[in-house]
Ligand binder design. Structure first.
Ligand SMILES: Cc1ncc(COP(=O)(O)O)c(C=O)c1O
Length: 410
């Protein structure tokens, strides 16, 4: 909500609150592209609010396209379009050449996995936090004879690293893991996962859709061979943007299943050459205005500071979990212990999560319901048919938490 109160003041007033806050909420709210919203937006994990600078970059380019033509506008913006690759790489510790811009995390994931050409008899190890669309693709592969091994979680709903190590002892063509899932606030131990994959020599594809923009992500430290993320969530970029990272080593082993003129040169009657960079995964046509918005959002995330964003959103999440448990009867926090992201999931005993979400909306708080079908491998073993998900960004403050609590108590 557009309030003058800063989280700093609110948190300082509460001595029991964890970690310090270094993002100034008031400043973040002033920079919002969505001026004047009177609602409490608690859905960064769905699609976060952009800054006005990001919004402006998109609109300005659309206007330019209308004025001088799409190709001409693209030529005029070429340096800024090229800079998006470097900005994306910079945020995750990768060179610009290893980045492909895509429309969504799912598109990136699908292009990477398709390019692995998995066949009957191959084995894929996947963690329980695998996102629905990735799981569906794996299940489709299973129908054609690929073995899918889903690693167990411990009884508290956290990845069992011993089970993962054992799963990687058997030859595998791919390890698919998710940094932060769609259905809970947990943060997977990606550095440990990467070390195990590296030791076993198994290619590691990381879904960082819910983590890039809210948690430090460094592909070198994580040792992943490929990574996907989306623009619209914690990066605060426009919808319809995302990127795929593929390491040079991995790139040499991947051939896109459907090469496009953007990523290949038709060189002779029956032959073509693939681009030597990750652009081999791109298509020629793209929404340039949105890409420019992504570029601005990437730079702004870096300027705000990922550590600061991380401290801010995880502190708000911890506050909301604590206050829900203490102040709202019947709340069950659905996040496994130790969850440290900007996402909070919960249910209220005896109330359909859909009804809880509707009540919150009536109270001006925008959250979502994540049904078990969006994270079945993670949610079903924990007996969850659906959860309410609230998620924070730098423009959220204690007043948003107050509104949630007041609404649910009312
Ligand atoms: C963990 C995770 N992975 C992947 C996706 C898919 O992202 P996109 O909708 O950009 O394809 C989501 C979307 O919610 C997600 O939460």
């Amino acid at each position: 909500m557009q309030s003058k109160r800063s989280i700093q003041t609110a948190i300082e007033a509460d001595r029991s609150s964890p970690a310090s806050i270094s993002v100034e909420v008031e400043r973040a709210r002033t920079a919002l592209g969505s001026k004047g919203s009177a609602r409490h937006h608690l859905n960064a994990a769905g699609s976060a609010l952009p800054t006005s600078t990001t919004l402006r970059a998109v609109i300005d380019h659309l206007v330019l396209e209308a004025e001088i033509g799409g190709y001409e506008a693209s030529a005029a913006a070429r340096p800024r379009l090229e800079a998006v690759y470097a900005a994306a790489g910079d945020l995750i510790g990768a060179p610009a050449e290893d980045i492909a811009l895509v429309e969504s995390a799912t598109v990136g994931w699908r292009r990477a996995v398709d390019a692995m050409r998995l066949a009957a008899g191959d084995r894929v190890v996947a963690t329980r936090t695998t996102y629905v669309s990735s799981a569906l693709q794996l299940l489709e592969l299973e129908r054609s004879g690929v073995d899918i091994d889903v690693v167990a979680d411990d009884p508290d709903g956290r990845l069992d690293l011993d089970a993962l190590e054992a799963a990687l002892d058997v030859p595998a063509a791919l390890l698919a893991a998710t940094h932060v899932p769609t259905a809970s606030g947990r943060v997977e131990p990606v550095v440990e996962i990467g070390a195990l994959a590296d030791a076993a020599g198994v290619p590691f594809l990381l879904d960082a859709t819910q983590s890039v923009g809210q948690l430090p992500v460094d592909v070198g430290e994580i040792r992943c061979d490929a990574l996907v993320t989306t623009g619209r969530k914690f990066l605060r970029a426009p919808r319809g943007t995302g990127f795929l990272y593929v390491s040079q080593e991995m790139l040499d082993r991947l051939r896109p299943s459907a090469p496009d003129v953007r990523g290949a040169l038709w060189s002779s009657e029956h032959d073509f050459e693939l681009a030597e960079t990750a652009r081999r995964f791109e298509t020629w046509e793209a929404a340039h205005a949105l890409r420019l918005g992504l570029g601005v959002a990437l730079v702004e995330a870096k300027e705000t500071g990922i550590e600061a964003i991380s401290a801010h959103v995880s502190t708000l999440s911890a506050r909301l979990r604590a206050r829900l448990s203490e102040e709202v009867a019947g709340v069950r926090i659905a996040d496994p212990p130790g969850s440290a992201s900007g996402i909070v999931t919960f249910v209220i005993e005896g109330e359909d999560p859909q009804r809880t979400q509707e009540r919150l909306a009536e109270g001006g708080c925008d959250t979502v319901v994540v049904p078990a079908s969006h994270g079945l491998w993670e949610m079903q073993p924990r007996g969850l048919s659906g959860v309410v998900r609230a998620s924070f960004h730098v423009y959220n403050g204690e007043d948003d938490i107050d509104a949630v609590i007041e609404t649910l108590r009312g």
